[in-house]
Design a protein around this ligand. Structure first.
Ligand SMILES: [Cu+2]
Length: 407
């Protein structure tokens, strides 16, 4: 199937929970749309003909690279040709790939180019600018590309997989976490046309799907974060297979873990961890997501099936007076150690727990990365919420075929 994706580069501002509004460069999926951080999630299928139409409105040339895709072509109006690095006077590398020029360039090169490729392998990929990478990728020109396997069928559990039927990558829900960092000095200097030395790069904010905690836990598409549409809240029911797709969009390492749980890494950089019949998947607690890497993982929470009558937790549970609950005036704790039950909370503490669901953190273990300009909590942090069986509904953690419109 032909999949046509239109992208426009734009500038804009994004918000941080400590009240900052930061200039950035991003991609919009409509001509009159806002730039967004990260770029639009692109979902295609193995074997599709994918066409990415990039229109540049920024004050410098820009481009898109598709690491992991082969045979990428570019068409600037003169017919498709293989992408290649571009060199300026004196043989100086000016771009890792063919670019869309900036609108006011007196050379009058095209400001719109079309990249095309046929994804051969399912998995999770990144896309990002290949021009002035040290500035443009960090300014926000990066995003995630999901390639569904050729036999993907959301309505058939055996075919709702990351890598195809029989690969052990079935999932009930899936979540994408694109990780990056922000040095507001860079953004400020680009905004005002001031010089900036790359070696001075010092991030103060870390973003998960373009947001800093605690905004990461807000729903997708909230109106007060118009340039940061993607939430990172993870929800599941006991025993479900939850696919985590981590993608390293910045230039730092991000060591992520969900508290008290391992994940099984089934795919790395868009490749299934299997050699012939040999399963090479493995379990990890902390996953070090390097720049440009992607990790596909299956997470299963069982909770060991504890029940207050038939299968009690085999220890003496602390009593309320021995717990520190709700020092901020509210709590997500249910008051009970058992899933689906609620218990007493200290007087005056507001109860934010809905139905006895569990919450635990998923965060970076490089601890400066869980601050917003030095203030904890922030940055690369979100929550996993486990709901009682049958109570969550089907629509959480289902990524539709959005952004890439069939022609
Ligand atoms: Cu931790």
């Amino acid at each position: 199937m032909l999949r046509n994706v239109d992208l426009w580069t734009r500038d804009g501002f994004f918000s941080t929970p400590d009240g900052s509004s930061i200039y950035f460069w991003g991609l919009a999926s409509r001509e009159d749309g806002k730039a967004q951080l990260p770029g639009p999630l692109i979902v295609v299928q193995q074997g599709d003909t994918v066409r990415i139409n990039l229109t540049n409105t920024l004050p410098e040339a820009t481009s898109l690279l598709f690491p992991g895709q082969e045979g990428v072509t570019v068409d600037d109006g003169t017919g498709p040709r293989p992408v290649q690095p571009r060199f300026g006077p004196g043989g100086v590398l000016t771009s890792f790939t063919d670019y869309a020029d900036y609108p006011d360039n007196p050379m009058a090169n095209p400001t719109r180019v079309t990249y095309a490729f046929t994804p051969e392998n399912p998995g999770t990929y990144l896309y990002w600018s290949g021009t002035n990478v040290h500035r443009q990728v960090l300014m926000g020109l990066h995003g995630c590309l999901i390639v569904r396997p050729a036999d993907y069928d959301e309505s058939v559990p055996a075919r709702r997989t990351a890598y195809g039927e029989g690969t052990g990558t079935e999932f009930d829900r899936e979540y994408v976490l694109v990780l990056a960092e922000v040095d507001p000095e860079l953004n400020y200097n680009v905004e005002h046309g001031f010089p900036y030395r790359v070696r001075d790069y010092k991030p103060r904010y870390w973003t998960m799907n373009g947001r800093c905690a605690v905004d990461t836990m807000l729903p997708s598409g909230v109106g007060y974060l118009p340039t940061q549409p993607y939430g990172s809240m993870i929800t599941a029911e006991p025993g479900e297979k939850v696919l985590f797709r981590y993608a390293g969009g910045g230039i730092e390492n991000h060591p992520l873990h969900p508290h008290g749980n391992h994940t099984r890494i089934v795919g790395l950089d868009g490749r299934l961890l299997r050699n012939g019949a040999t399963d090479l998947s493995y379990k990890r607690f902390t996953v070090l997501v390097g720049p440009g890497q992607t990790y596909d993982q299956i997470f299963i929470w069982t909770g060991l099936g504890f029940d207050p009558v038939t299968h009690p937790i085999p220890t003496v549970l602390p009593q309320l007076q021995n717990l520190a609950v709700g020092h901020a005036g509210n709590t997500l704790w249910s008051g009970s150690a058992y899933l689906g039950l609620k218990g007493d909370l200290p007087v005056g503490v507001a109860d934010l727990n809905d139905m006895g669901e569990y919450y635990f953190m998923l965060h970076s273990h490089e601890e400066v990365q869980i601050t917003n300009w030095g203030k904890y909590p922030g940055g690369l942090m979100t929550m996993v919420a486990v709901f009682p069986s049958g109570r969550l509904g089907e629509r959480h953690g289902r990524i539709p075929y959005t952004e890439s419109v069939p022609v």
